[in-house]
Design a protein around this ligand. Structure first.
Ligand SMILES: O=C(O)C1=C[C@@H](OP(=O)(O)O)[C@@H](O)[C@H](O)C1
Ligand SMILES: C=C(OP(=O)(O)O)C(=O)O
Length: 438
């Protein structure tokens, strides 16, 4: 297939002429929006999502749920309250076809939903989706009573032959390659006849905050969930069967997508305010307050939002990012500009994200003159004077934003396919130039 010209377009990353000083309205969280869509679709009454993220991943999620019969009406609320989606749950129907794109949340959260449909649901997606791990969901659903046809690799493409209901019950999985296996099984479990008991048997479990987000959001719609944190067995989650409430939920800004803007304050010694930063949240991006403070900034969380200020100095960091893996590209970009080396650990599973992020970051930073080496579970980054050049993005939104961070400090950095940020932040180029007052 001929590449889309937009995919190969080159975007000169703006170089910052001075300290940034900006307020950036960061759109809604991908992870919260896609969980909210699934839970609202499984509820027994209509629900509302206010200020949902509209991006490739969330539109794919909405499209897939619509394909299975769910009504999702879009509108704009009064008085600047922003967009809303009203979700009208019904029986889930097949036959249907689902395009997952390269959205981990869609490819993992929806096969359990499809198992509840009354006919076959065919799942397909971008070429990259064929290699991203899905075995934890496929194998578990089979144990729980679903019929699934795949090509034997434990990956996409596949067809879930929905039978209108699913037994559910106990299941063991190895979720060391993705926390989304656990989240996927828990999200639909209130609708399984026996609920679910998920036992993680692997040696590591990434992205724990994302599992806590799943549990929190399930409880908020009335599900009963027992977790290791609530006194249950380690690595075991239980969901009791029961009806789910429709909810009126305002989606928090995406704190992982706030990262490049906070990084801009750090890199330029400036100030960035992100309104509506939640006081309490399960989003992994909240860890940036601590990580970017250790790297040289300071922050204040007020009722209005987060004010993050750079000091002019950027320090290296030695940090385990296993719980917050999606922050790695942005942290690596800042680390490449720091005054001391960094070691990023605990993120071997990033090799199976949108691209092999450890290889991609190593190659692209080194091609600008950097000195990055891959370790078994992360990166060593020794800052060097960098020069301009093309920063390739491998259809990975977070590679594009990482390149833009470096471009602030290094003249002549050109981002290939910045449009790939549409996966979770379609307005990135405009927000970025707006922040810089260009
Ligand atoms: O559940 C979620 O919303 C996510 C979980 C994480 O996935 P992994 O556990 O596969 O890293 C994270 O990296 C991804 O961006 C979003
Ligand atoms: C890993 C990510 O996405 P996905 O939901 O596709 O796994 C990410 O957004 O960094």
């Amino acid at each position: 297939m001929a590449p889309n010209p937009a995919d190969t377009a080159l975007w000169p990353a703006p170089h910052a002429s001075g300290a940034v000083d900006a307020t950036v309205l960061v759109p809604g969280s991908k992870s919260v929006t896609n969980r909210a869509l699934v839970l609202a679709s499984l509820a027994s009454e209509p629900g509302w999502l206010r200020r949902p993220l509209r991006s490739r991943d969330t539109l794919l999620m909405a499209g897939a749920l619509r394909a299975m019969g769910i009504g999702i009406e879009e509108g704009v609320g009064p008085d600047g309250s922003g967009e809303f989606w009203r979700v009208l749950p019904t029986g889930l129907h097949g036959p249907a076809t689902v395009d997952v794109g390269n959205a981990g949340t869609v490819m993992r959260f929806l096969p359990p939903v499809a198992a509840l449909a009354d006919g076959p649901v065919r799942f397909d997606g971008d070429p990259r989706s064929y290699v991203r791990p899905l075995h934890g969901v496929i194998d578990a659903l089979r144990v729980l009573g679903a019929r699934i046809d795949d090509d034997g690799r434990g990956a996409l493409p596949l067809t879930v032959h929905g039978g209108g209901a699913l037994d559910g019950g106990p299941v063991s999985i190895d979720a060391s390659s993705s926390s989304q296996f656990v989240s996927a099984l828990l999200l639909s479990a209130p609708r399984f006849n026996q609920g679910v008991e998920v036992r993680h048997t692997g040696s590591t479990l990434p992205s724990l905050p994302h599992i806590l987000m799943t549990v929190d959001m399930l409880r908020a719609v009335g599900a009963q969930v027992d977790t290791p944190e609530s006194g249950g067995e380690p690595n075991v989650w239980r969901v009791t069967p029961g009806a789910l409430l429709g909810r009126d939920l305002t989606i928090e800004p995406d704190l992982s997508n706030a990262q490049p803007f906070l990084a801009a304050a750090l890199v330029t010694g400036g100030k960035v305010v992100v309104p509506a930063w939640p006081e309490r949240t399960t989003q992994p991006g909240d860890r940036l307050r601590e990580i970017f403070t250790e790297m040289g900034g300071s922050c204040e969380l007020t009722e209005y939002g987060l004010e993050f200020t750079g000091s002019g100095a950027i320090h290296g960091i030695d940090v385990d990012l296993g719980e917050v893996g999606e922050l790695t590209p942005g942290i690596a970009a800042v680390a490449a500009l720091a005054d001391s080396p960094s070691t990023l650990r605990g993120v071997a599973h990033l090799r199976l994200h949108e691209t092999d992020r450890l290889a991609a970051l190593t190659k692209e930073i080194n091609e600008l003159g950097g000195d990055v080496t891959e370790t078994a579970d992360g990166l060593h980054i020794r800052p060097r004077p960098l020069h301009g050049g093309v920063f390739h993005t491998y259809e990975d939104h977070r590679m594009a934003t990482a390149g833009a961070i470096i471009g602030l400090a290094v003249e002549g950095v050109v981002i290939e396919n910045v449009a790939t940020t549409a996966k979770t932040l379609p307005d990135f180029p405009e927000l970025w130039t707006g922040m810089l007052g260009i």
